[in-house]
Write a protein that binds this ligand. Sequence first.
Ligand code: NAD
Length: 474
Amino acid sequence: MEPFPYAPAPESPAIVDIRPSYGLFVGGEFVDGRGTSFKTVNPATEEVLAEIAEASPADVDRAVQAARTAYDAVWSRMPGSERAKYLFRIARIIAERSRELAVLESIDNGKPIRESRDVDVPIAAAHFFYYAGWADKLEHSGFGSTPLGVAAQVIPWNFPLLMLAWKIAPALACGNTVVLKPAETTPLTALLFAEICQQADLPPGVVNILTGAGSTGQAMVTHPGIDKVAFTGSTEVGKAIARAVAGTDKRVTLELGGKAANIVFDDAPIDQAVEGIVDGIFFNQGHVCCAGSRLLVQESVYDDVLERLKRRMSTLRLGDPLDKNTDVGAINSSEQLLRIRALAEVGDAEGADRWSAPCDLPTSGFWFPPTLFTGVTQAHRIAREEIFGPVLSVLTFRTPAEAVEKANNTPYGLSAGVWSDKGSRILWMADRLKAGVVWSNTFNKFDPTSPFGGYKESGYGREGGRHGLEGYLR
Ligand code: NAD
């Protein structure tokens, strides 16, 4: 029983103006698509939000031509100091319209407003600010200063605006033009970003936004007029893209899946570690490529960590994404919910013990309670496969060497976390963990100045920081 009745604190959706239907953004204006259309829904309510154009191969051709024209005639010739002004302007408009962007992101994606407001949107603006600073200093990047040409950029649904910023900001700073496709379940903030490009007076064709599903993405990455492919999404689709562009002179960067180990030593500050574990796997409902989905706890503190973790999980508030008190929002789509349920059932069948935080799931929309599995072995599928939902697998270890061996026993290599009081141990672990990012005594921290990317089946190429320029220069 709660000591007092719960008072919701919802953000008003009135600030956003969702149109009944949207076209494609090509050559600086919204145009009708030549293909069919699909609906985008609010995953917390299943309400249809808008009808979205599905770009056909002919639309892809149009957009690539618009990007080529803008590249040849304007953008690649413009001094970096001038390009920087547009990036700064876009960054400022994102900041000015941050409330609108955050509300729209939460409505279309299902993530809590606390996260879209405090994480996604500010970091998206920060990326444009950061790369604006590089635009006139490319000769100091160490990667040359000549742009590649037209980039096809395909992004997933888990951080729609943020992934857009990670892709578009460095591409534009380096003098490339882009054709970007948001994921089919989360097109709305990319379409609002198209309006922001208009508001910033960005020359027509420098940014083109095409909506659609996998076939639109495929038509983009295989189009002969594309010089660079930048993809973030599943390892399966990443491999298909690598095969599709093999033998061409297209440059490719792939940001794919992950199965990160979050490693807690017995000398760690346990309460802070528990916060980090919760942030590592329940942030964004676990729809995070670098989520700390495998918890490795040193045996001597296992009981203590589990007890405190369950207590903390029981306080997580699941519900309306627009409520400012919500910690865990909706699962992004019915398909993703089915995938999470199916893999969790495999965990049951494999003999692991499931525990879910007690919470009432809303009756409409797509929801999954914060869940953990104990009694997990390295061979279990829940310990090997990306679940991309609010589900944590807990394993134990005795020595640092065993922790390293278990953490690296995965086909992925995107991120890892180490919790310990000893700096020397953290450095020893970081040297041995095969992961693109290792956080120490924190988790899921993103900064535009810091490169992000994977090893092994988590992909290749880096986004963010000076290294993020490499994928867009020759
Ligand atoms: P997904 O691979 O199904 O889709 C990603 C995008 O690719 C979507 O826009 C989709 O329409 C498009 N697409 C699908 N088939 C295509 C094809 N054949 N050719 C071209 N484009 C195609 O992934 P998802 O379910 O949207 O996203 C979740 C995945 O993304 C997870 O595996 C997650 O780990 C990964 N991810 C990785 C990072 C990273 O930085 N490494 C960041 C976020 C998400």
